[in-house]
Design a protein around this ligand. Structure first.
Ligand SMILES: Cc1ncc(COP(=O)(O)O)c(C=O)c1O
Length: 436
């Protein structure tokens, strides 16, 4: 059974003619019969080429925090871009946005980029230049964008290849990466205090940075154990390692000040993207004065023709203004709690052991587990096939989460109580069919 209607299917065939697999990001390819062509969005809804409406819980992989096509954001961008979009000089818009980010996120300095990948890539360079060391730690199941250095043991990695927890193997997530890069990357299982401390005490002289998604936003929203991020902070401060919070998914979503505010921990560098621009392409590297000032013309490079361009920058100003002046995250959390409670009840009623890791604005559904997973390996003990069946049944009925349980459900401020109730009714029906 395909989830494509006739027009979607015809358009997708055309897409296959001109784009590898008919998409502009591999993550959007769900197979020739299950890849959707989206034509428009409004608030919490998106429509496909057959005019079918979905309650959207993918929200473009997370950016849309206010709702699709938010009128204020769109209008501000429309007005601003009439006067041009790139000048290769700093604009007052960039000053305004960076001031907002420093205030909301309690950071000293900011540099703007366009995508999360650009932000993490530069953050790694800054950390290496600052520490004068070359290796870095990341965690299994975490994704930090498409740059070669990060493409090991991501959420796309085969968990069977990860080796023993005591001695994890870096699993390359794509062809096309030079072999030598592997030597600079140390992957550790998340939430393992002992492994973290052991690795750092043995190798700190080589380690420039720890890169961490404070919650596993690419592995179903697995949360840090109490004290784990604090331990990271303590070890980084002790051994001169740059702590980088990759807040591309959590920034301006977990709280106005992101995961730093939510967990009450300050990293040395933070990367933002996604919710920062409500769907417009804009990202940022931010952090402490002494670390950010490693950037130095002629010595430590950061650049980009479109960094700070008017389109993304004005969208972000408008988005952050709304986040600061309206109870956006509170509203989303309220709806998210109702949704999580409802899903929990339905799964319990259906006798399906499950966990819902994460926070109400972005949470995962892991079925077939008795306890909440603590790392990527434990997440994989869940019933991914049942989830995939469920997701396809939901999509048939007009509720659109990602087809893969690793991707959390994302909520936006436009989601109403009625949308939550509609989702739960559909969830109930879809689950019955998926179970069969
Ligand atoms: C935590 C994290 N970091 C970085 C990225 C890369 O961001 P982008 O896709 O904007 O390059 C992503 C994308 O999903 C992400 O989830």
């Amino acid at each position: 059974m395909s989830i494509q209607g006739k027009k979607t299917s015809a358009l997708f065939k055309k897409a296959l003619d001109v784009m590898p697999y008919g998409v502009n990001s591999n993550f959007r390819y769900w197979g020739d019969d299950d890849t959707i062509i989206a034509t428009r969005g409004e608030g919490t809804y998106l429509w496909d080429a057959d005019e079918k409406r979905y309650i959207d819980y993918r929200l473009g992989f997370g950016p849309v925090i206010l709702g699709h096509g938010h009128p204020t954001v769109v209008k501000r961008v429309q007005e601003a871009i009439q006067d041009g979009t790139v000048f290769a000089w700093t604009t007052p818009y960039e000053i305004d946005l960076c001031e907002r980010i420093t205030r909301m996120c309690n950071v000293d300095k900011v540099r703007l980029t366009n995508t999360g990948t650009e932000a993490t890539m530069h953050a790694l360079r800054i950390a290496r230049a600052r520490a004068g060391r070359e290796k870095f730690i990341k965690f299994e199941g975490q994704y930090h964008g498409m740059a070669d250095y990060f493409m090991f043991s991501t959420a796309s990695a085969n968990p069977a290849a990860l080796g023993s927890k005591r001695s994890p193997i870096n699993v390359q997530a794509t062809s096309g990466i030079p072999k030598g890069i592997n030597q600079y990357v140390i992957n550790l299982p998340y939430n393992d205090f002992e492994r973290l401390e052991e690795t750092i005490t043995a190798q700190w002289g080589d380690i420039a940075a720890i890169f961490v998604e404070p919650m596993l936003g690419n592995s179903a929203g697995v949360m840090p154990k109490p004290g784990y991020l604090e331990k990271m902070r303590e070890l980084c401060s002790k051994y001169g390692i740059v702590l980088v919070f990759d807040e591309v998914k959590t920034g301006f979503r977990m709280a106005n000040g992101g995961a730093q505010e939510y967990f009450g921990i300050q990293a040395d560098l933070v990367t933002y993207a996604k919710a920062l621009g409500n769907g417009f392409p804009i990202a940022a590297i931010a952090g402490k004065e002494e670390v950010m000032m490693t950037i130095e013309p002629g010595h430590m490079a950061h650049g980009g023709t479109y960094s700070g361009n008017v389109v993304g920058t004005v969208a972000a100003i408008a988005t952050l203004e709304i986040l600061e002046n309206e109870p956006i995250i509170d509203t989303i959390n309220k709806r998210g709690k109702a949704l999580m409670t409802g899903i929990d009840e339905i799964l319990t009623e259906a006798d399906i052991p499950h966990a819902l890791p994460g926070v109400p604005s972005m949470f995962g559904i892991v079925m077939g587990v008795e306890e909440e997973p603590q790392d990527f390996r434990e997440y994989f003990q869940g019933d991914g096939e049942l989830y995939e069946n469920l997701a396809l049944e939901l999509i048939q009925r007009g509720v659109q989460p990602d087809g893969d349980a690793r991707e959390p459900w994302f909520l936006c401020a436009a989601l109403s109580e009625e949308d939550v109730n509609e989702t739960l009714n559909i969830f109930n029906d879809a689950l019955k069919v998926a179970k069969e």
